[in-house]
Design a protein around this ligand. Structure first.
Ligand code: PLP
Length: 286
């Protein structure tokens, strides 16, 4: 089925949607994005994604393409037009173009380009991958220094996923100066003696919307959380580990660099947090 997508004010069949070849998103990766999940036909944590989008735009001095209410309407309309019960809404804002290639930003009144599309993912919540748990490898983190801005510069994370695949694994965690920063497209955690450890927020990692929700839920469930730097060797000695992201929720990790964690199946804390997260997010979805 041909999807209906949104491009700069228009709802169009995906085959007819067009963006200029001079768009700075295309030429310079001068664009930011958000991915919001959909469960039961409703948006999970739209507010969190809208607030982070505004922050990314502000950090890059990029204009807002429309209001938050308009964004919500576009998300909802695409979910409805495409009959999405479980899946994702991808949103991208680029600095647009003034019709040529130039390193210098175009004038401030250049219209940003806004693109949204849906991805239908039946079974997203009841994922077999989450029941198995993920195997990860560790690789060097060679990304730029403003990982708190959610830009579309995703070549290295893509390469990281390919390195993991080649190693027979599912994903990679990134290491900088001896410490784990985050996963290629998720935040990283390990659990030892009941305590959840994760890296604190800074410009080194993306401020995950799921991270924020999961840490709040963990505290509410009386789980102990410590935000500090940690090494991959600590994680390898953990009882369990997991990642969080809007598209995979809480994903248990069962192997790191060939070392099996616990009994090699998803750990109790990761499983519990996944349940709580899905349950509470469904209730709060709009
Ligand atoms: N870290 C990185 C590098 C990511 O790309 C993502 C999601 O795409 C995350 C963390 C998780 O963020 P969120 O929970 O907002 O999806």
């Amino acid at each position: 089925m041909t999807r209906t997508v949104y491009v700069n004010g228009e709802y169009l069949p995906e085959t007819e949607a067009k963006v200029s070849i001079f768009d700075r998103g295309f030429l310079f990766a001068d664009a930011v994005y958000e991915v919001t999940s959909v469960l039961d036909g409703k948006l999970i944590d739209f507010e969190g994604h809208a607030v982070r989008l505004k922050r990314s735009l502000d950090e890059l001095e990029m204009a807002e393409p429309c209001t938050k209410d308009e964004l919500l309407d576009i998300h909802r309309k695409l979910v409805e037009l495409n009959g999405i019960e479980e899946g994702l809404v991808y949103l991208q804002v680029s600095r647009g173009s003034d019709g040529d290639r130039d390193f210098v930003f175009p004038s401030a009144d250049t219209m940003p380009s806004l693109v949204l599309f849906t991805q239908n993912k039946p079974g997203l919540a009841d994922s077999p991958a989450a029941k198995m748990g993920a195997k990860i490898i560790s690789i060097e983190d060679i990304r730029w220094g403003r990982r708190d801005i959610k830009t579309v510069q995703l070549l290295y994370p893509s390469m990281g996923k390919m390195m993991a695949k080649k190693a027979g694994c599912d994903d990679a965690w990134l290491i900088e100066d001896g410490y784990v920063t985050e996963g290629t497209s998720n935040n990283a955690y390990y659990v030892k003696d009941g305590k959840i450890v994760t890296r604190p927020l800074s410009t080194d990692i993306l401020h995950g919307i799921t991270r924020k929700a999961v840490l709040r839920m963990a505290a509410e469930a009386q789980m102990e959380v410590e935000e500090r730097l940690f090494t991959i060797d600590e994680a390898k000695e953990a009882d369990e580990a997991f990642t969080t992201s809007a598209s995979a929720f809480v994903m248990p990790v069962v192997e790191i660099d060939g070392v099996t964690l616990g009994d090699g199946t998803p750990g109790p804390i990761a499983k519990r947090l996944r349940e709580i997260y899905l349950d509470e997010s469904r209730k709060a979805a709009i």
